[in-house]
Design a protein around this ligand. Structure first.
Ligand code: NAD
Length: 494
C-alpha cells in the first residue's frame, strides 16, 4: 500500500542544488524551456541542470527511440526530468520517445491537473478544478502491433492486475492526500469486459478501502461528454492510458487552453515533468507560444524535489501575471486581457511579479510541501488455479466460412472440436448471417469435448497440422480457465 506523508519541512532538502535532466525539445520546445528556466533561476530554484538532446535531431541520426544512450545515463543519475515537447516523426520505424521514457523508467502515473483561472482566462467552466490520473504504461500503448493478413492489422491492448492496482491506489491516495472528495473511474467495460472490466473491478475492490471518498464509475464515452459539458462535477478521474490521453486534452482545452496544462509522470525510479501539449510546429520560432504548460510542470517538479517555497513563489507570480491580464496570444481576449505578450515577454512579466500574491485567484500554498504519496512496489497476488481450455487459431483465408469450417473441422482429431468461427470478433459459424462482411482474417476456436481433458501440446499440434495442410495460420491464442472462470471472451453474437 502507498503511504501518504504530510507536507514536510523542506529546509534540509534545499541545501544543495538538485541535479535535474533537462531537454529543450523541438518546435516551440526551446523557446518555452528558455522562458521557464529564466523564471526558475530568477525565483531562486536550486537546480544543477544536465542538458540532454532528444527528439527530431536524434531521430534523424538514425536512433529510432529518439534518445541518445548518454541521456539515459543522465536520467538514471538524476531521476528527475524536465522535458519540453518533441516532434515525433511521421511514418513507420520511429518509436514515441515519450512512451519509451515513461515505460523504461516505470513512470506509471501521469498526473494532469486541469483548473480554470476564471475570470482571468476565458472559460465556460469557471468552477472547474480537477485532476486526471492516467495509467501510463499499459493499454494500447504497449506498442505491439502486427499486420497479420493482407487486409487486417492488430494492436494489442495489455492490461495487468498489478498495473491497475498501483494506478488506482495512487489515485485514491492522491485524492486523500490532496483533500479531494471524489474519485471517478472511466472505462469501456461494457465492450472490453476482460481488460477494462479488470480496471473497473480493481477500482471497486480498492475503493472499498477508502470509504471517506465518494466513488463513481462512468463508461468513457459518456464520461468524456460530461467532462466537456460540465467539468465542474469532477474531482479526481482515474482511467486507462488511451482514454486518459484523450480526456486530458479535452479538460485542458475547456479549462482555457491546451497551452496551460502541465503534467507529472511519477514512478518508483524517477519522475518526468512536461507540458501536456505537443511541439506546436505551426507557431515555432515566432515567440508567441505560451510557456505556462511547461511552467506548471516545472512547479510540480519543484514540489517533487522539496523546493515548495520556490514553487509557491513562481505559482503566485504566474497567477498574478494572469490576473493582471498579461496574456499570450492563445489566452488573449479583447476586454479581458490588458496586454498581449510573446513567450519572452510573458516570462519577464512573471519574473517582475515574483514575491506578489494574486488577489482574485486563489493563492498557491506549496511551501513546505513534498510529494505526498510515497510509492511502493506493486503487490503480487498468489496465482489463480489455471487450466488449459482450448485454443483460438487465427488463419488467413479468402474463401467462404463453410469451406473453412469443413477444412479445419476435418483436422480436429482427439479431444478438440471446432466450436466457433469469428471474423473481426463476430460469430460467422455456426449459424452466421449472410449480411456480415468478412475479411480475410478468421478465428477458429477449438475446445475439448465435455469431460475430455486437453493440454496445450495437443492444441499446438493441431495448429501445426493446419499449417502443414496449407492453411495460413497467423497466430494462436490459448484459452484458459482461472479458478474455474473463463479467461476469454465469447464471440459477438455467440
Ligand atoms: P500540439 O499540442 O503541438 O498543437 C495543437 C495546437 O495547439 C496547435 O494549434 C498549437 O499551435 C497549439 N498549441 C500547443 N501548445 C501551445 C502553446 N504552448 N501555446 C500556444 N498554442 C499552443 O499538437 P499537434 O500539432 O497534434 O502535435 C505536434 C507535434 O507534437 C507532433 O509531432 C506530436 O507527435 C508532438 N507531440 C508531442 C508531445 C510531447 O512531447 N509530450 C505531446 C503531444 C504531441
Amino acid at each position: 500500500m502507498n503511504m501518504i506523508v504530510h507536507p514536510a519541512v523542506e529546509s534540509s532538502l534545499i541545501a544543495a542544488p538538485v541535479p535535474v535532466t533537462i531537454a529543450h525539445g523541438d518546435g516551440i520546445g526551446p523557446e518555452i524551456m528558455a522562458a521557464c528556466l529564466d523564471i526558475l533561476t530568477a525565483a531562486g530554484a536550486r537546480l544543477a541542470p544536465e542538458t540532454v538532446e532528444i527528439g527530431e535531431a536524434v531521430y534523424r541520426r538514425g536512433i529510432t527511440a529518439g534518445i541518445e544512450p548518454s541521456a539515459w545515463e543522465s536520467l538514471r543519475r538524476t531521476r528527475v526530468f524536465l522535458k519540453a515537447p518533441i516532434t515525433t516523426p511521421q511514418g513507420g520505424g520511429f518509436k514515441s520517445l515519450n512512451v519509451t521514457v515513461r515505460k523504461t523508467l516505470g513512470l506509471f502515473a501521469n498526473v494532469r491537473p486541469c483548473t480554470a483561472f476564471a475570470p482571468m482566462v476565458a472559460t465556460r467552466h469557471p468552477a472547474m478544478d480537477l485532476v486526471i490520473i492516467r495509467e501510463n504504461e499499459e493499454d494500447l500503448y504497449a506498442g505491439i502491433e502486427h499486420r497479420q493478413t493482407d487486409e487486417v492489422y492488430q494492436c494489442l491492448k495489455l492490461v495487468s492486475r498489478p498495473g491497475c492496482e498501483r494506478i488506482i491506489r495512487y489515485a485514491f491516495d492522491y485524492a486523500r492526500a490532496h483533500g479531494r472528495r471524489k474519485v471517478t473511474c472511466m472505462t469501456k467495460d461494457n465492450i472490453m469486459k476482460l481488460t477494462d472490466g479488470l480496471f473497473h473491478r480493481v477500482f471497486d475492490e480498492i475503493g472499498a478501502e477508502y470509504p471517506d471518498l465518494e466513488q463513481e464509475h462512468m463508461i468513457i464515452d459518456i464520461g468524456a461528454a460530461r467532462l466537456a459539458d460540465s467539468p465542474e462535477r469532477f474531482d479526481v478521474i482515474v482511467t486507462l492510458n488511451l482514454y486518459g490521453d484523450i480526456i486530458s486534452d479535452i479538460a485542458a482545452e475547456v479549462a482555457g487552453s491546451v497551452g496551460l496544462g502541465g503534467s507529472a509522470n511519477i514512478g518508483l525510479q524517477g519522475a518526468m515533468f512536461e507540458a501536456i501539449h505537443g511541439s506546436a510546429p505551426d507557431i515555432a520560432g515566432r515567440d508567441i507560444a505560451n510557456p505556462s504548460g511547461l511552467l506548471q510542470a516545472a512547479v510540480q517538479m519543484l514540489v517533487h524535489i522539496g523546493q515548495g517555497t520556490v514553487a509557491e513563489r513562481i505559482q503566485n507570480a504566474w497567477l498574478t501575471t494572469l490576473e493582471d491580464g498579461i496574456h499570450t496570444a492563445d489566452l488573449y481576449r479583447d476586454g479581458l486581457s490588458h496586454r498581449r505578450v510573446g513567450t519572452r515577454g510573458f516570462a519577464e512579466a512573471v519574473i517582475d511579479r515574483l514575491g506578489r500574491t494574486p488577489t482574485r485567484l486563489t493563492p498557491a500554498r506549496l511551501a513546505g510541501q513534498a510529494p505526498r504519496v510515497i510509492l511502493e512496489q506493486p503487490h503480487r497476488r498468489e496465482p489463480a488455479d489455471k487450466k488449459f481450455a482450448g485454443i483460438d487459431i487465427f488463419v488467413e483465408h479468402r474463401g467462404t466460412v463453410d469451406a473453412l469450417a469443413a477444412e479445419v473441422q476435418a483436422m480436429a482429431a482427439g479431444p478438440l472440436t471446432l466450436t466457433l468461427i469469428t471474423n473481426r470478433g463476430v460469430k460467422v459459424w455456426p449459424e452466421g448471417l449472410p449480411e456480415t462482411f468478412c475479411t480475410d482474417h478468421w478465428r477458429c476456436r477449438f475446445q475439448p469435448r465435455p469431460e475430455q481433458p486437453v493440454d496445450s501440446a495437443t492444441a499446438i499440434a493441431l495448429a501445426g497440422r493446419l499449417a502443414q495442410a496449407g492453411i495460413e495460420v497467423i497466430k494462436t491464442e490459448h484459452l484458459y480457465l482461472f479458478d474455474g472462470k473463463p479467461g476469454f471472451s465469447l464471440g459477438q453474437g455467440q
